[in-house]
Design a protein around this ligand. Sequence first.
Ligand code: HEC
Length: 425
Amino acid sequence: MNFFHIESLPHSLSTMNLLVFLLFIANTLFISYLASLIGGTYLSNYFRNLYLKKKKNEYLDFSLNMYEKLNNNILTPFGLGIAPLFSVVFIYIQFSDNPNNSIITSLILTTILFPIGLIIHKLDYKKHSKFLAHNPYSAFKGNSGLSYLSLFFFIVVALIFTGSEVSFYQNFGKAGSANIFSTIFSLNGIISFVLILAISYLFAIINFLKFEFKPKESDNDAYHLTKDKSSALFLYFGIGVFVLFLVRNFMFNNAIKNEPFWSIFLVALLSLIVSIYYVNGSKNNLQKSMKVPYAAFLIFILGFGGSDAMLFRNAADQNIAVISKKYDKEMEEFHITHAAETEVKVDAEGIYFDKCISCHDMDKKLVGPAFKDVVPKFKDNQEALKDFLLNPTKIDPNYPPMPNQGLKPTEAKALAEYLLKQIVQ
Ligand code: HEC
């Protein structure tokens, strides 16, 4: 896959920090959307099955509405799913020293599987809504296999995606040798995956309660039952997410190094507790009181993404150092090969009068030695003179050290040439 090799560009340290930030945004978008797809499809199937048992039309309405929100037009899946996923993969490539490794390969696999899942999902929605448009609800006989198939695709994507991330956190330094499947099915891999599934379910429930669930004036049993069931499930899954989130961070504690990580992590945990508390505490006017838990849950999702980004940044430390060194080296080579062009613009004499004559004279000792005494030793070594000017070291005990003059490499080079020309004829 030579193409990807080329796409792994040399980056400076600051570009890489910017990329970590972009990764946080793309990752959080993608994980939230994937979570709502998995949870929403699951919950939607659940309501279809519930309809078959209870024969209350509301359940089929819930089911269909949920589908519609997830994948109803081309913009939602593209903007929240495909575009962020491709960005994540591209950024991961930038962070790998050699993108020809199993982590990148499996991430690329998700960019194929995910759109397939979306298409199947869409087909299922079309089939479902067409059926209900032409038939009475009572003719509905059960789930189509398509809905389970799309769920299967999304879950596989989640499995590979979280596995790749875990693999990155654990062995990116030696990514070439990392076996992605052993990571996916390691304890860390499984915990991360189950965590994503549990978050998916929470996400689906809270979206359902906020946007689908509209208590009617009349006292409707189905609605009350749904509300009670949903908030109870939110409680159980919420506790599960809480515990898994904690456990997972302790398992990655080698990648946790800094204070801000713990602050973000705590904010995320607290918001999760707030959302659980309010979803369960809201007895009556659910629509109104859903604002607080919904906001708290979104903060939790952001905190989850943020703490993940910090894990990533720490895990990538080594790679970032290697890649930014490569960049620095390339820049230096660039300057050397293009020195001839830039040199013309450097006014060595101007800099000499500007920065050197306060301490030096060609023939007299001032604060520093006379140039005629010190420059000749560089006669055959202009490079060494340049290095000294760039970064003066202590030389002669009779003089104080020379302060760094803050010269650019091209200026130092030009000055070295200028001095040698003046002194050594
Ligand atoms: C603030 C005073 C000061 C300024 C400004 C200054 N130098 Fe110096 N320079 C010194 C001193 C002091 C030494 C002796 C340092 C030592 O021997 O450790 C020195 C040493 C040198 C040497 C001798 C190095 C050697 O290997 O013996 C060179 C060459 C030199 N300076 C070039 C320059 C040039 C070119 C500039 C202008 C860009 C400059 N200096 C500006 C104080 C200065």
